[in-house]
Every structure is written in C-alpha cells, then in structure tokens.
Design a protein around this ligand. Structure first.
Ligand SMILES: C[S@@+](CC[C@H](N)C(=O)[O-])C[C@H]1O[C@@H](n2cnc3c(N)ncnc32)[C@H](O)[C@@H]1O
Length: 370
C-alpha cells in the first residue's frame, strides 16, 4: 500500500496502516512537516516571511525547491524534532521528506499514491472565501491539501480536522471545503466527527474526518467504522516506576487538587490532550496514594505529599509515554521523542491511532485502494 501524508507529525496514519498491514506492506511515498519554528513575525502564524514564500514558489526545479525549503527552515529551529521522531519510527529516505506542504509538486507524484492523509492545523481554514471553488481557499493550508489531492489523484484520501471547522464563519467554511472536495471528482463517503473513546481509547477527543474515494463503484461499498464499547480506562494506560521529575511540588499539588476546571485527577476518560497542557498544570493528572511512593526516596524528596479526597499522597503529570499510549501508540514499538517538551507537543498534535486504523480499514474494505 502506497501511503503519503502531510502535516505528518509523528505519523499516526503510518502507524495505523503498518499495524493493519504489517511494516513490510506499507510504502511511504512522502511525508511532510515543518516542525515547531520560532515565529519572526509574531502576528503571523507562518514561520516563513512573504518574500521567502515567494522565492520558494518561484523555483522551478523540484529537488532544488525541496533543498532550499529545508535550508530556510533549518535556520528557524535548532532541531527538527518532529522529523527525528518520524524517522526514528518509519522507513523514509531524505528525498521523500518535505518541510512545507506549500512547496510540494503534487504532479510529480501523480498515480503513485493509494492513500493520501493529512490533518491541517486549525488556523488553516480561517479567512476562507465561500464561492465554492479551489481558488477560494488560496492562501490557506487547506488549499495546499486540496491542490495535492487534485494533482496527485490518490485512490482515496482522508482529511482530519477539529470539529470547529464545521461551525467556522457560520458554517460557510465547511460548505466551501465540501464543495472543493466534490469539485475534485471524489466521492465523499464519510464526513463525520469521531470520538476516540468510541474506538478503545479513554480520551474524549472529537475530530472531524472526511473520506474521499476516487472509484465510484468502490465508494458505494464504504461502511462507516463501528463504535466499540470502551473496556480499558485511563488507569490501564499508566506507567510504573515513574521518574521523580514528573511529581508536583507544593504549588502544583495545590493548584491541581483545587482547580477542577483546569486540572482533573484520576479520570477514567481523560480530556483531549493538547499540545501545551503540560506546562501550566492544565489537563489530566494522577494522584498516587502514599503507599505507592513511600519506598521512593527520590519521589519523596521532590514531591509534595498532601491530602486529596481524604487520602494522603502525591500528584504527578502524565509522562510522555502515557500521553502517547493515550493516543493509541504502543510505546514498546514506538520511539517517543527524547525531549519531553517536544514529546508532549507531538502527542497532543497527533491523530488517535485507533480511530485512524478503524477508518483506514473501512476504506480498505471497499477494495478501492488495493
Ligand atoms: C495538528 S498537527 C498534525 C499531526 C499529525 N496528524 C500526527 O499524526 O502527528 C499539524 C502539524 O502540521 C505541521 N505544519 C504546520 N504548517 C505546516 C506546513 N506549512 N507544512 C507542513 N507541515 C506543517 C505542524 O508542524 C504540525 O506537526
């Protein structure tokens, strides 16, 4: 199966497809992610300056454009953490990695991709026009995604986004997006919000998925993925022997045990993981009773031990490994980024593997991408 992804992050689609078919049966045609960059123009969401975009767009030769894109991006971040995680986990050569979706020539990949998948960052669709044509979306990252679908002509594509895409600009954005997809000559067989807690992962993460299939007859065979009853709750995803650095001191303990609107403790189903939640005591935390840590002098030296719900114990953050498990990655075979700050961002940005897997299976079952 030939897979290409954009906004690839840590490759939830790659991981899901490899889990379904086995590593040897998946060929990654290309992947693309710019990684986290310093913004020089704080008001712009774009790491590149307009003149750099113009320069890169003006380069005719694909290989040179790819190289120049990489050169400019290299000056905007110390390390490309996202690419490192990606390359630690999937087989991809340097020439198949692109740093920015906007500068990929889709025509060069025409007919080479069975399945094309991407979830653009949410700022990618604001300010979109609404006449219904591809040109309406120009200047947005959604435009780049749709243009690649048009130029590559994959057998099927999956587009993922936040549910806010449906209501942005009073629903006009969604109308435009749908009409653009339909104008590309794909049958849209699925356009629904899926929640990862309906697919075996105890996280309340709702995401919009759009599936397009080229072959109309195969498209008619599409059956939406069936929800499954949740059997394992968050406690089943916990690490043991968690390093002391994840335990909170007095301030963190007091904050997380009292600010229930922002921090939640020992929930069965965690809140949506967000890329920055770990930095300001937002999100989900774990309370461990004193019995669990009393033989850990390193933890006792650092953690504040106090009262919570009538019990004495310590509070800790979820570890990056736990966050990845709660996105559906098996950390026995997935290498998590060594930099914690980046690892939290990478898991918070990802798509839940189990949801991706269920959806890809529905596409495979139609026979459209064999
Ligand atoms: C919401 S995340 C998607 C993550 C991915 N779906 C996963 O499974 O990990 C969006 C990603 O798009 C990347 N990105 C943002 N702008 C980009 C651009 N112009 N070209 C390529 N990637 C971009 C970000 O670095 C980020 O990793």
């Amino acid at each position: 199966m030939r897979l290409a992804t954009v906004f690839s992050g840590i490759g939830a689609p790659e991981y899901a497809l490899e889990r379904l078919l086995g590593k040897d049966n998946v060929q990654i045609v290309f992947a693309c992610d710019c990684g986290e960059c310093k913004l020089r123009d704080k008001k712009s969401k774009d790491p590149l300056l307009p003149e750099e975009v113009e320069y890169l767009e003006s380069i005719k030769d694909d290989a040179f454009r790819q190289q120049e894109t990489k050169r400019i991006y290299s000056s905007l971040r110390k390390r490309h953490w996202v690419r490192e995680t990606y390359q630690n986990n999937y087989r991809i050569t340097e020439d198949k990695w692109h740093d920015d979706i906007r500068f990929i020539n889709g025509k060069a990949y025409r007919g080479q991709v069975d399945l094309f998948i991407g979830g653009s960052p949410c700022q990618s669709f604001s300010n979109m026009g609404h006449q219904g044509g591809l040109e309406d979306a120009r200047g947005t990252l959604f435009y780049s995604f749709a243009k690649l679908v048009r130029d590559i002509q994959p057998k099927a594509f999956i587009f993922e986004n936040v549910p806010g895409m449906l209501t942005n600009n009073k629903g006009e954005t969604w109308k435009t997006i749908l009409s653009i997809f339909e104008s590309l000559d794909y049958k849209i067989v699925f356009k629904e919000i899926l929640n990862s807690m309906d697919f075996g992962i105890p996280q309340n993460r709702r995401r919009l998925f759009v599936v397009g299939i080229k072959d109309e007859q195969k498209a008619a065979l599409f059956v939406a993925p069936q929800k499954i009853k949740l059997k394992r709750y968050a406690a089943a995803f916990r690490d043991s022997n968690v390093p002391a650095k994840y335990y909170l001191g007095l301030l963190g303990f007091n904050f997380t045990t009292t600010n229930t609107a922002r921090a939640r403790i020992n929930m069965d189903i965690i809140r949506t993981e967000k890329k920055n939640q770990q930095f300001n005591w937002n999100g989900d935390f774990i309370f461990e009773p004193i019995a669990a840590v009393q033989n850990r002098p390193d933890v006792l030296a650092r953690a504040y031990v106090g009262q919570y719900n009538g019990q004495t114990g310590a509070v800790r953050k979820m570890t990056p490994a736990e966050c990845h498990k709660l996105m559906g990655f098996d950390v026995r075979d997935f290498i998590v980024c060594e930099n914690d700050t980046e690892a939290y961002k990478q898991s918070g940005n990802s798509i839940v593997v189990n949801v991706m897997e269920a959806l890809i299976k529905s596409v495979i079952d139609t026979g459209a991408i064999q």
